[in-house]
Write a new protein. Structure first.
Length: 202
């Protein structure tokens, strides 16, 4: 926010910066001109694509909705419907790329960074785990629970003990430690105001 105030100030545009712990009310009311937010995306990007459709807009004033930037673009909507109905992975991926290009071209939003989620698990507890997609995919943010179901205990991760009746039981203990660095959906809202002093008008 401070950087933008400086940069935009050089262009004669003043910024009022608000850092909020709850952005929902001003967001849904559209009471902002510029905002920072971020999304972590599941392996299937449908939801993040859907929040830029006309259907995501609120139907009434001050009504909550899933829209991200109050975008309503018919060309984008047509591409979204096509990718939603496409079963061929390669063809759908191409449609998704077209959707991304359309978002860039309309200029409603600018992607400033593509942060990678950093994940890890304890190899002394887990021998292997399935990611989604299988090649360099997610552990935590999957479209399902395959990582947890597929986790294989590491050798030596089991323990045994005796019961009161003299029998023994063996339990497998799986400890999962995951560190996830994700760009959270918190927001900075900025209200733009043009300088209207006599000096600026001159």
């Amino acid at each position: 926010g401070k950087y933008l105030q400086e940069w935009w100030g050089e262009q004669g545009i003043g910024l009022k910066v608000d850092c909020l712990d709850n952005v929902s009310d001003p967001w849904y009311a559209g009471e902002y001109d510029l905002a920072f937010d971020g999304w972590s995306v599941n392996p299937d990007p449908d939801f993040v694509l859907s929040i830029h459709t006309c259907a995501a807009l609120p139907s009434k004033a001050k009504e909550s909705a899933a829209t991200d930037n109050f975008i309503c673009d018919k060309q984008y909507d047509e591409l979204y419907k096509k990718q939603l109905a496409e079963y061929d992975p390669a063809k759908r991926a191409d449609l998704v790329r077209q959707l991304e290009s359309r978002l860039y071209d309309t200029g409603y939003m600018n992607v400033m960074a593509y942060p990678n989620a950093v994940e890890a698990y304890r190899t002394d507890h887990i021998e292997s785990i399935t990611t989604m997609p299988s090649a360099a995919g997610n552990i935590y943010g999957q479209d399902g629970y395959w990582s947890w179901w597929s986790a294989v205990p590491a050798a030596g991760a089991s323990s045994s003990g005796s019961s009161d009746s003299g029998g023994s039981s063996t339990g497998v203990l799986i400890g999962v430690g995951i560190a996830v660095v994700v760009l959270a959906g918190g927001g900075l809202l900025f209200a733009m105001r043009r300088r209207s002093t006599a000096e600026d008008r001159e």
